[in-house]
Write a protein that binds this ligand. Structure first.
Ligand code: ADP
Ligand code: MG
Length: 254
């Protein structure tokens, strides 16, 4: 079996406008890949298409989890298949507590007739909250309602830790985080790094990659990856900016 998250020749449009234009990427289990690029280049579109967002039209291509195409599946099927997406702008769900939300998501993954053990569940929840330095009073609060940017992101990482996904895609998890929250969120991710899991960390800035050190860095421009390298590439982008990529890409495709 192919133990990776693979995107093959993905073409996606919205309102008749092409956004992803032959996007290719393979993230094998055990690795952390960073996807960087200027705003408007299609990074969030890629994340949303992977999660089964219905607004986007997939013209062609595949997204394979361990060799199985997930395009066309419902968001909950994709999640059950082992893909977790942490979004740039997490949704607020008034009236649903964090504890109940995560419990329902875990319950949905169990075979028919099997119940979550409440004692075990809270034991795990509190242990993971402690690791993320989250106050226990959070469990009773409605999901993301009135949360600060940092609290929302920490809450996403808690959900990710509790659901134990095989593949994690994080879209600009660093946006809106102060340095302390950034460190805590990164520590949470680093604790989850393992041979059985892969991460795709989408970020506009290099800063996050000081804490979550990637195995591979990809640069995206105009709907596809135009350059890949090691972690030094992120530092190069930081110092040279994205104009360098745009120029290199214009030369290459001229
Ligand atoms: P990034 O995350 O790299 O900043 P996005 O994927 O958010 O880029 O956006 C890529 C392009 O697709 C942009 O030009 C954006 O305006 C367009 N786009 C994204 N989502 C929509 C949408 N729901 N409707 C119309 N255009 C969209
Ligand atoms: Mg984005």
């Amino acid at each position: 079996m192919n133990h990776s998250l693979e995107v093959k020749n993905l073409h996606v449009s919205i309102d008749g406008q092409a956004i992803l234009k032959g996007f290719n990427l393979t993230v094998p289990k055990g690795e952390v890949h960073a996807l960087m690029g200027p705003n408007g280049t299609g990074k969030s579109t890629l994340a949303k298409v992977m999660a089964g967002h219905e607004d986007y039209i997939v013209e062609s291509g595949e997204v394979l989890l361990d060799g199985v195409n997930i395009l066309g599946q419902e968001p909950d099927e994709i999640s059950h298949a082992g893909l977790f997406l942490a979004f740039q702008y997490p949704m607020e769900i008034p009236g649903v507590s964090i504890a109940n939300f995560i419990r329902a998501a875990k319950q949905a993954r169990l075979p028919e007739g099997e119940e979550i053990n409440a004692i075990e569940y809270y034991k795990e929840l509190y242990a993971k909250m402690d690791a993320l330095k989250m106050d226990r009073k959070f469990t009773a609060r409605s999901l993301n309602e009135g949360f600060s940017g940092g609290e929302k992101k920490r809450c996403e990482i808690l959900q990710m830790a509790m659901l134990d996904p095989k593949y994690c895609v994080m879209d600009e998890t660093d946006s809106g985080l102060d340095i302390d929250a950034l460190r805590i969120v990164s520590e949470g991710v680093n604790l989850m790094r393992s041979e059985d899991r892969a991460f795709l960390v989408i970020t506009h800035y290099q800063r996050l990659l000081d804490y979550i050190v990637p195995d591979v860095v990809h640069v995206m421009f105009d709907g596809r990856i135009v350059h890949s390298g090691d972690k030094e590439l992120a530092k190069e982008l930081e110092s040279k900016g994205y104009d360098w990529v745009k120029e290199a890409f214009a030369t290459a495709s001229a």
